[in-house]
Design a protein around this ligand. Sequence first.
Ligand SMILES: [Zn+2]
Length: 358
Amino acid sequence: MGECLFVCAGVSSNSGLPTQKLKNILLSAANIGASKSAKKKYKTFLDELKPKLFIMDSGGYQLLLEVEKVKKSISSTNSKSNNNLLIRVVKNLNLSPKKIIELAVEFHPNIMIGLDFPVGKYSSPSEQKNEFCRKIGFNIDWALEIDSLRKKYCLNIQYFLPIQAYTLEQFYWFWHYVKGVEIDGVSLPTRNMSVETLVQFLLAFHHVGVRKVHILGTSRFDYFAVGAYFAKNYFNWLSIDGTSWSANARYGSYMNPHDLKNEYLGKEAVLNESYQIDCRCPWCRYYDFPAIQSLVYTEKSRFLGSHNFWITNRCLENLYNNAGDLHSFYRYIRQEFRDQSVADEIYFSLLKADGKRH
Ligand SMILES: [Zn+2]
C-alpha cells in the first residue's frame, strides 16, 4: 500500500494559489530557470510556501513546443550532434542535463524529473514510430547524462525518469538502453491514452521493478481511478499533477465533485434547475448554482478555484480509500462516474492487470 498524492501544477506566484494550504507543488525547470529574475521570484515563492513536496519537472514539454515552433526536422541518427543543434535552434530555451542539475542543486526539489524530449501527438502507428525514433536518441543520452551528473552533485534528490513511448514495445526498447541508470521512479505523460493502455504501462513498470510513479498533467477521473488502484495495490508511491482546477476556474467551469467533469457556469449558460449542489467543500455550503453564476469574474474564479482544487484532491483521496478490493472499487466507481462504459473499462483493465501481476 503506497502513498497517493495530487500535486498542484501551473502556479508561479501567491496570487494564483488556491485558497487553502498547498502541500504539494510541481514547477517546471524551464520556468524556474528562465532568467535571473525568474529564479529570484521562484525562490521567494518557495520560501514563503514551504511545500511538503516539491517536484521539479524538466520542461521537456516547453522544449517540444519550441521545437514545433521552429519546425526543424530532427533525425534520430547521430543524436549527439543533433543534441547540440537542437539546443541551438531553440532560441528561447536552453535546457540541458547540466542546466537541470544546476537548478536541482540550487532549488533542492524532493524529486526531479529528468530531461526528456516528448513525443508529439500522432495517431497512426507509423507516424508514432517515426516520432519515437526521432526522440529516443536524445532521451537515452539525456537519461545517462543526468544520471552521472546527479551521482556527482545531488544524489540526495530523487530522480524520476520520464518515459516517452506510445507502446509497451517502445517502452521496453528505451528501458533496455537506460538499464544502468539509477532511478527512484518514472514519470509518464498520459497524452489521452486509453485506460487500458495506461493500465498496461503501469503494470509494465511494476514488472521491471519500478515502485514509484508520477503521472504528468491530468485531472481525469478515469486516470485518477487507475492511479489510485495502483497506488493502493502495486506501488510505494503514485503522484499525479494537474492544472485543470485552475484553468477550469478561469473559464467559469465548476468541476463535478463526483467525476470531475465540467459544469459550465458562465453568464450565458442555461442552468438545469433540477441540478442541485451536493458538494461538501467549505465553499459550496452557502451557494447554489444561480448564485455562483451571478458572481463577478474575480469572485467567481476564486470560488471555482477553491472548490475545484478541493474536490480534485478529495476525488483522488476517496478513490484511493476505496481501492483496496477491486469488486467494491468497481461499485464505488459506478456510483461516482456517470459514464458507465468507462467504469467498465477501468474494471476490466484492472482485472486483467491483476491476472498478469506475477
Ligand atoms: Zn464545492
